[in-house]
Design a protein. Structure first.
Length: 293
């Protein structure tokens, strides 16, 4: 049964998180404003110091601007989703947006598949629309397609190319505040699956991403840190210990692994306090993905 709003109301809102990227954000908001779906947009300003908030108020007064006063990182998406009232929420970064019609296509599949909690879209990168390598991994997911879902089940996605059922997203707590930005998507996918929600790749829903090419210092370390923290938060003890041992071995020769290990160790007490093992069914699915080529 559909859970969307009346026909004259938008079904999907957009949450954009940003920090000190005013020019890129304003370009993205220009593109979102031209979408035929006319989605409501919430911008979560994660403590910018470059005049982002003032620029948004001046150039896009129709945007709901949220200023939590600190850097919530990826958890800013949860903050933004709670502020919107549409049944579905699409995420954009300040350098990404959605193709015209993509939000309607996502809403259609969410309307007709009531167990679907997250749509993992196709991502096209750069002005030429080069397919992101993740697209192929999503299309060939070894988890297969469940009969009540519109595409292959996945346990990963790009945050800037995802549309969620707002109720499901908030039910599981959204993006975990412990992880920040960098590989934070896997934990959300695992939590949705553990709560019985489907996470599926829908190739016909398309997001565009035009990164500016600036270096992202520390991103590799954050990705590896979050992979380890996800294991300690949700996976059996033996898996968490094994991943810790692998990262420790890598850290002997790899500075990024050393950074990841040190940062994970600092956050480990908080992770253990929030540890909640996933059901065996979900752990088997995680293992299947790890063992697939």
């Amino acid at each position: 049964m559909a859970d969307g709003p009346p026909a004259d109301q938008p079904r999907t809102g957009i949450v954009v998180i940003t920090r000190n990227r005013r020019t890129s954000l304003l370009r993205t908001l220009d593109r979102l404003a031209r979408l035929p779906e006319r989605p409501p947009v919430a911008v979560v300003d994660n403590g910018s110091t470059d005049g982002t908030a003032e620029a948004v108020r001046g150039k896009h007064p129709g945007v709901q601007l949220l200023t939590p006063g600190r850097n919530l990182a990826a958890a800013g998406r949860t903050y933004g989703a709670a502020a919107l009232s549409t049944p579905y929420i699409a995420f954009s970064d300040d350098d990404s947006w959605w193709e015209p019609g993509a939000l309607d296509r996502a809403a259609d599949v969410l309307d007709t598949h009531p167990r679907l909690g997250l749509v993992a879209a196709t991502t096209l990168v750069g002005p030429d629309g080069t397919p992101d390598p993740l697209n192929e991994a999503l299309r060939s997911s070894p988890l297969g397609q469940e009969p009540d879902l519109p595409g292959r089940s996945v346990l990963g996605f790009l945050a800037c190319a995802a549309v969620v059922r707002r109720a499901a997203f908030l039910e599981v707590g959204g993006f975990h505040p412990l992880l920040g930005v960098g590989g934070e998507e896997q934990l959300l996918a695992i939590d949705l699956d553990a709560h019985g929600w489907g996470v599926a790749h829908c190739p016909g829903v398309v997001a565009r991403h035009e990164p500016d090419g600036e270096p992202r210092p520390g991103r590799v370390a954050r990705m590896r840190r979050n992979e380890l923290l996800t294991a300690w938060l949700r996976r059996p003890l033996r898996q968490a210990v094994a991943q810790s041992a692998r990262l420790a071995l890598d850290s002997r020769d790899d500075p990024q692994a050393r950074l990841a290990l040190a940062d994970a160790a600092r956050r480990l007490p908080a992770a253990l306090a929030r540890r909640r093992r996933v059901p065996p069914r979900v752990e088997r699915r995680i293992r299947l993905l790890e063992l697939s080529p």
